[in-house]
Design a protein around this ligand. Sequence first.
Ligand SMILES: [Zn+2]
Length: 327
Amino acid sequence: MKTINSCLSCEGTILNFREYDENPMSGKARWPKEHCFSNKKIAVCSDCGFGFTYEYLSDDEISEFYNNVYSSSHASDNAPRVSSLNELTPRFFSQTLYLNSNIDLYDGIRVLEIGPNQVSALPAMNLFCKPQYSYYDQLEWPIIKSHGGRCLGSYASGDRILKDFSENSLDLVYSSHSLEHINPSALEDMFDAFSHVITSGGYLFFEVPDDYLFELLGPPHTLFFTKNSIKKLVKRHGFDIVNLSHWDGGARFNKNNIDSDENSIQVIEKNIASRLRSVFRKIILNNESIARIIKPFRLRRALPKALRNIPNPYDSVPYYRVLAKKI
Ligand SMILES: [Zn+2]
């Protein structure tokens, strides 16, 4: 069987191996009994700690897996609900505030998002600037379209990005909790492509889960990031780290609260959602500068309703947030 024999992040060749953990969804409806992750191992680099599916996966078998698990009900079950205030989708709002404090978000900034799902960063970004925004995702999503985003295709690969974009034609590539799903054998080409199309001084932003801290290295994740592996991966492709943050879950994340008889992720999500709502109430209703930003968009009238209906984040596991600058 074809395998990946050196670290995809640092190119180290000393690998350790471990089994995949079981995903809490496995055994539930739509989760196929046998799938492309069954009986596969995770290789873990002894140098940088990066983990990846060791045996070769084809794009087709990965697609088949997602078609089974996420078919038509994915959007309603697992993704944030469509609200009238997509600007405030917790994860994207938080990421955009973070970006706005680190880089200049100006009108016309050329942004590509990889795998935004149905809401994307665009509504939140539109609070700060009017980007030229395009994305790759399996479907063209109405929310993104209504905010001026352009779907370029369903599948992001290095080749596809190089076909759609010329050298130095992007100011920001944005990816939130998508890279951990890509085919490991496509990672190198994708980062090569990022490096080619992002202009010098432009940025790569991504957020990925810290599955090691969550103690769940399960399907369908194909890549398992560590701080060291992130540094080595971006540096090797011509980027300097501007900021690398780690969220350990803090008080929101407490594994002891997980009831093992329940779907653990859903239990955590419920707790997080209620905490997020109270935090958002505090931040938004009491913070003058945020209130000032929001006022011109006439969102305040809708706030009380929206705050009651803030959608859950996809998950609330510990994560890394990375901002890197193209040299
Ligand atoms: Zn490594």
